[in-house]
Design a protein around this ligand. Structure first.
Ligand SMILES: Cc1cc2nc3c(=O)[nH]c(=O)nc-3n(C[C@H](O)[C@H](O)[C@H](O)COP(=O)(O)O)c2cc1C
Length: 212
């Protein structure tokens, strides 16, 4: 049985296309155990000085209680991530990237000693990802079109492309992206793009890829 962590990043609820498409995928996996984490309609804190001091403390096993408190939410989100083998992220493109709630979630779970390690070898930083073997699906919706691989406006896309880099840094390298494009353009073309995304998600749900 798959353990799926579903991260929803749109501030919109019923009107969100990325959320609807991702929920359709999840509904096609009735055997999976699904945990939902809202980051689009919740206020996740930004990284601040207290967080940095605690997260990069020289003796992580010996943090003062105040620092442990400063990392409590981050620890909870990391535990949640570690507890699942498939990550499903639904997100709009906002200003060529992801909404700030999703960026805040990534900032909370990229944690030294928990999701990645760092050693200095011969004066060089060596990063070691700690989440190897997990998979991720990114379901995204964009107002514009042509921002996928090979598209005319691909160079503008710092949303799913950035997420892929951040997840890869943690060792999650098996990442699939399914996108609906053109919400701000021709309604028929956008409907067709959503239908294409639904077909791709349905076939992914039926494939071996979703098996643990
Ligand atoms: C604040 C804001 C910024 C946006 N920025 C972009 C953008 O940079 N590129 C783009 O193609 N669409 C952009 N859009 C359009 C959304 O990506 C599009 O409406 C998408 O379908 C929203 O996803 P959702 O339905 O899951 O909320 C933006 C929308 C908003 C509200």
């Amino acid at each position: 049985m798959n353990r799926i962590l579903a991260i929803h990043a749109s501030p919109r609820a019923e009107r969100s296309h990325s959320r609807r498409l991702a929920e359709g995928f999840l509904a096609a996996l009735p055997q999976a155990k699904i945990t939902r984490r809202e980051v689009g309609r919740a206020d996740l804190p930004h990284v601040n000085e207290a967080f940095i001091a605690a997260a990069f403390h020289s003796e992580p096993g010996n943090r003062p209680l105040t620092m442990q408190a400063d990392l409590a939410l981050s620890d909870q989100l990391v535990d949640e991530l570690l507890d699942h083998d498939l990550l499903v992220i639904s997100t709009p493109m906002y200003n060529f990237s992801v909404p700030s709630g999703l960026k805040a979630w990534v900032d909370q779970v990229v944690r030294l000693g928990r999701t990645f390690d760092l050693r200095i070898e011969d004066g060089e930083a060596q990063y070691e990802p700690l989440l190897k073997g997990r998979k991720a699906l990114i379901v995204t919706s964009r107002g514009g079109a042509g921002m996928g691989p090979g598209g005319e406006l691909e160079w503008m896309n710092h949303a799913d492309t950035w997420l892929r880099v951040a997840l890869g840094f943690l060792g999650i390298e098996d990442v699939k992206v399914i996108a609906a494009e053109g919400e701000e353009g021709n309604p028929d073309a956008f409907r067709a793009s959503c239908q294409q995304a639904e077909r791709e998600l349905a076939s992914l749900a039926e494939s071996q890829w979703t098996r643990p």
